[in-house]
Design a protein around this ligand. Structure first.
Ligand SMILES: Cc1ncc(COP(=O)(O)O)c(C=O)c1O
Length: 422
């Protein structure tokens, strides 16, 4: 003790008090940046539905936004060759296997008529989820405002909150067919607004923005110097026959748009975790930094397999078949729902969702969804997590086989007809 200074004596005594529990830190306390980050509400319904199924109840799953099809055979076979024969089991480049980046650049050119350099303008990510995370965390500072057009996929808000940004929601209206009302967006812009987030076709509404609406977004972004994050993951799932356009293809937009896309929905590859970002190279390094330290990259053999078979005849045929089946399911669901005067929705021209307004039943979306699950065994998602005013909706996903969809929709109609009477 004689060698100790007053400071080390003080330190030793406070340390021993701390160890005995007086100043205990809570090592389990989450970091401050997570305070406004919430778990997905979809999982809550799914868990309850799974619990009921485990107890022997038949459940019709219309809550999950996941295609029930298998990944196209050519992609599976090419991936299996890449793994078993070519033994591509080592690290790929962080930004993704070059051959896949080239194929993605070709896809962006062929379908959307926008050119990107595969070397430094395309980044392969762990699903569109990681692409969204990298785009937001890579560009949003604490206090920056980000406009999110709602109803919207909850990931945008949670990533904005994680970045310390402020999520400013601008509601697209059912009565306007979820199209853009320029004044509503402009009223939300301040000198702190840095980014605008849009999802087209939309989850949860299935609405597709008209070219006129897309042009309005482009005009606003150009005039107010905003970054636009456009989530186009459902862009190939379209049923209205109109031309598919990326926001990046509008005048002045390529240099201010970060396009997020992926293969989960259009090629039924949810479990592969393959998505990407396409953007002007000035946005690139910030996202690459996040990607490098968060995930490094997607597995080499799955990228190689996808690159090999992305444009094969078999892949094109199978993905076209999926779109046809989704469309048949959409029509079957609408035919049944249209019989019920207590339900309304905007005709969905894309994705695989119907966002149903249940307010005329006298129930909120979450009461409707919970009772529908308990009384009819049909799982659908309550609208609240998708944005302000969405608490009078439920979201139905028509990504199951057609007979299941019909059975589920009949049960929804039965329930809606009887609900108000109780
Ligand atoms: C709008 C939207 N973006 C992104 C994703 C996630 O896609 P991925 O599986 O590529 O991460 C989803 C999944 O439901 C989605 O609905």
């Amino acid at each position: 003790m004689e060698y100790q200074t007053w400071y080390t004596r003080y330190y030793i005594s406070t340390e021993s008090i701390r160890k005995r529990g007086f100043f205990m830190r809570n090592i389990y306390q989450e970091a401050d940046r997570l305070h406004d980050v919430k778990f997905s509400a979809i999982r809550v319904v799914l868990e309850k539905a799974n619990e009921m199924a485990a107890a022997g109840r038949k459940i019709i799953h219309l809550e999950i936004g996941e295609p029930d099809f298998s990944t196209p055979g050519d992609i599976i076979n090419a991936t299996s060759v890449a793994l078993v024969e070519k033994k591509l089991t080592h690290y790929p480049p962080n930004r993704g296997v070059m051959e896949l980046r080239k194929q993605i650049a070709k896809f962006m050119h062929d379908i959307y008529k926008v050119d990107y350099n595969p070397a430094d303008e395309i980044m392969v990510a762990v699903g569109a989820v990681e692409a969204i995370f990298a785009a937001i965390l890579g560009h949003i500072n604490p206090g920056d405002e980000v406009i999110v057009l709602t109803p919207a996929y909850a990931n945008y808000e949670n990533c904005i909150n994680m970045a310390g940004g402020k999520c400013v929601k601008v509601a697209l209206k059912e009565e306007a067919g979820y199209q853009i009302i320029r004044e509503d967006i402009e009223a939300a812009i301040t000198d702190r607004t840095k980014m605008l987030v849009v999802c087209n076709p939309n989850n949860p509404t299935g609405a597709v923005l008209t070219q006129e609406s897309q042009q309005k977004i482009a005009d606003i972004a150009n005039e107010h110097d905003l970054i636009v994050l456009t989530d186009e993951i459902y862009s190939l799932l379209r049923y209205d026959g109109s031309e598919i356009r990326s926001l990046a293809s509008f005048g002045g937009m390529r240099e201010r748009t970060i396009v997020v896309n992926g293969f989960s929905k259009c090629f039924a590859m949810t479990g592969w975790r393959l998505g990407y970002v396409a953007c002007d190279k000035r946005f690139y390094s910030s996202m690459l930094k996040i990607h490098q330290y968060a995930t490094n990259c997607v597995s080499t053999f799955s990228q190689a397999g996808l690159a090999e078979a992305m444009f094969s005849e078999g892949t094109k045929r199978e993905s076209a078949e999926m779109v046809k089946k989704f469309n048949a399911r959409r029509i079957a669901a609408m035919e049944i729902l249209d019989k019920c005067s207590k339900l309304s929705y905007v005709k969905p021209d894309g994705a695989f969702y119907i966002f149903i307004n249940v307010s005329r039943t006298g129930l909120s979306g979450s009461e409707f969804a919970m009772r529908l699950l308990e009384e009819k065994g049909v799982a659908a998602v309550p609208g609240d997590p998708f944005g302000p005013g969405c608490d009078k909706y439920i979201r139905l996903a028509y990504s199951r086989d057609i007979e299941t969809i019909k059975e589920g929709c009949r049960a929804i109609v039965d329930f809606a007809e009887s609900a108000g009477k109780k």
